[in-house]
Design a protein around this ligand. Sequence first.
Ligand SMILES: [Ca+2]
Ligand SMILES: [Ca+2]
Length: 336
Amino acid sequence: MRSHWISKKSFRVGMLTVACSLMLVSLGYGQGRIPTPLYVMPSEGVTDMNGMLMPGNANALGGLVQVLEAPNGVIYPPDPFTGHPNATNTVLPNGESFIGGRISPSLDYSGLFAVSLHGPRPSVDQHFFVRVYSGSTIEESIFYADSEVLVSTSDSTTLLYADVGRLTNIVSLARDTDGDGLPDWWEFQYFGEIDAIDDPDALLPGHRMTAREAYIAGTDPTDIDDIFMITSVEPHFGTNYVEYMWTDEDTGMSGTSRLYEITGQVLSWPSAEGREYDVEYATNILTGFSTLVEGLPAHESRVNTYTNFFEEGVTVPKFYRARVGWPDDPLQQTLD
Ligand SMILES: [Ca+2]
Ligand SMILES: [Ca+2]
């Protein structure tokens, strides 16, 4: 037994060397009684929230990488307040890696990494996945991305690919370090710093909306043309019509046309996921607006329409306005 133990130890040292140089060759394969390590790496680079390949090298990505268990193949998003994994998605033994910049001073921008699981490795048929964070710790991270679910198919599998893709801002949706009602991910995504906006209620430069309005409305605060407003008011035609004959005296052409009754007006505006809309009207802007409809959910096409059907004898509205609310805004408790 003793000699066996020594040979196993020397083998493990050999494996560590392989892991560091990242030559993904299984020296242990074929020796039978010694399980091979499992390497998990993407075949395509991980991109950050801006779509840029993340800094890294073959050993590590410039961010925390975790290999997590996915019981029954289920991946839960991280806790929106802490960023930590759901309790059912436990980190596998040795399944955490942040070595970007420490092992190799020469980071490239390949977005590639590898996590090697030595010793305890996923058993056959175990479901797991890879999660990448934007920072070197969960606490520093406000973006993350998950791979699809992987299944360990045999004890001798040495390499599994887990394509991760692009980081999203779901982690820390509710984290607001400077307490201004704009979550960290939002300030970071659009302005590059988690506390970039000093006054969320001031008009954005060159823009007709404030940062808070853009956040609630789900518009892009860096695009001065992305404005929450009613963008069109079109007539709605009924089925009644007047038919009339016409003659063009210049050309001599003649024909019959129909003039349909206008029975309402169709309003449309850009909408964003999770938002709700109220529509109000006024016939005289000085006497105030009245509600037409409340709580319209955003349409999946990202354009909402509402038809205001005229009632008999009612003065046609001259003014419309829409209001937007975000019932599920994680920060709504801090908004006015
Ligand atoms: Ca903030
Ligand atoms: Ca701020």
